[in-house]
Design a protein around this ligand. Structure first.
Ligand SMILES: NC(=O)c1ccc[n+]([C@@H]2O[C@H](COP(=O)([O-])OP(=O)(O)OC[C@H]3O[C@@H](n4cnc5c(N)ncnc54)[C@H](OP(=O)(O)O)[C@@H]3O)[C@@H](O)[C@H]2O)c1
Ligand SMILES: O=P(O)(O)OC[C@H](O)CO
Length: 330
């Protein structure tokens, strides 16, 4: 049986996942918001602005701006727009539109303003059971998928059969995938690693070196552990690739959107100009605010998140804030 997937989003990650899934034989209805991009895909088989080297087989990939049609026809829904645009993207769907679907979030962010995980938002908005949900996690840059470099993904979800089914759709010559039961922990960690990478970028932009970054990342693991434990004190191995691996790839990679954004801020760009300079979205910018606000209740010690918040939302000088932060790290 050919699996039918609705891919929601036109950016790098949606493009990479569409490549993996369609080349494995799935039928992918692909919703992009831009008519011009859909026309370009239909004409040339390439997404014009993201991973434009990838050619799609239009017998399996069906680009469209008609969200309802794309969703109606699918067994699986894969969300791959930045979290800030999820509400807008799904706005036109009825509450029952996802009733019998399996919904996978490939998003590493929270809904700004609501400060909830994407899976919690869709579960509530579309009255879904948690067993219908999963997340795509793990250290994986879309750019390396385009180059078919060896990558590892983790599919988190309470229903391990659903998670394994989605793994089977992903596995290929260069992608290994495995299921894991920890939905919330994996999703929160994927949100928080963006904040850490952004702070690593700020430090790099200010001239801090590898010695400092190694200490920053070590302290970040402890910060993430404290926060996750306060939210959901399940047993989880934070050294697994869905947690630590994702933190490392984002904190150290040349491809990282979050690190790049932070680096510009550290070099003196304003938040606005850094955002305008990038044609991609750094989720960490929004995540800082959500996690900072959530933590007002939890009161976990989070010096790195606090520093990032002060720089990005209270306009404190990055140099001053890093001077304060460096005294708190061990
Ligand atoms: N890139 C990766 O390697 C990677 C890997 C794992 C997970 N993720 C996650 O995947 C999610 C999507 O990120 P991405 O990297 O694919 O994004 P991206 O390449 O940075 O592309 C940005 C996307 O956001 C859309 N967008 C920008 N402004 C918008 C607006 N005002 N309203 C609606 N849409 C808007 C863009 O649409 P237009 O092009 O039409 O402007 C584009 O589809 C994020 O949560 C990210 O953390 C990414
Ligand atoms: O490294 P970033 O900031 O581009 O985030 C992309 C992915 O989350 C890496 O797994």
């Amino acid at each position: 049986m050919v699996e039918k997937i609705a891919m929601i989003g036109g950016g790098s990650w949606a493009t990479a996942l569409t490549k993996i899934l369609s080349e494995n034989g799935a039928q992918v209805g692909w919703w992009l918001r831009s008519k011009d991009d859909v026309q370009h895909l239909l004409r040339t088989r390439h997404n014009p602005r993201y991973l434009s080297s990838v050619a799609f087989d239009l017998n399996r990939v069906f680009p469209s701006t008609d969200l309802k049609e794309v969703v109606e026809d699918a067994d699986w829904l894969v969300l791959a727009v930045p979290a800030a645009f999820v509400q807008g993207a799904l706005d036109k769907l009825d509450r029952d539109a996802l009733r019998d679907k399996r919904v996978i979030s490939a998003i590493k962010g929270m809904i700004p303003g609501k400060n909830v995980l994407v899976t919690d938002y869709v579960a509530e908005r579309f009255r879904l059971d948690v067993e219908q949900l999963g997340v795509v996690a793990g250290p994986c840059h879309a750019e390396e998928v385009a180059l078919e470099k060896q990558s590892y993904l983790t599919i988190g979800g309470p229903d391990l059969e659903l998670a394994e089914d989605f793994c089977q759709l992903l596995r290929n010559r260069y992608v290994k995938a495995h299921p894991a039961a920890d939905l919330d922990g994996i999703e929160y960690c994927a949100v928080m690693k963006n904040i850490i990478a952004l702070t690593c970028g700020i430090a790099h932009g200010l001239g801090y070196g590898d010695n400092f970054q190694a200490v920053l990342v070590s302290n970040a693991v402890q910060e993430i552990r404290r926060f996750l434990y306060a939210l959901s004190p399940n047993q989880r191995d934070l050294s697994a690739s869905a947690y630590l691996g994702d933190l490392l790839v984002t904190a150290y990679s040349q491809f990282s959107r979050n690190r790049t954004f932070g680096n510009m801020v550290g070099r003196g760009y304003s938040v606005k100009s850094a955002q305008m300079e990038m044609n991609m979205v750094a989720e960490g910018y929004y995540a800082v605010k959500s996690i900072y606000e959530l933590n007002k209740k939890l009161k976990v010690s989070m010096p790195i998140t606090n520093a990032a918040y002060h720089i990005l939302y209270e306009k404190i000088s990055p140099a001053v804030e890093l001077e304060i932060l460096k005294e708190k790290l061990k």
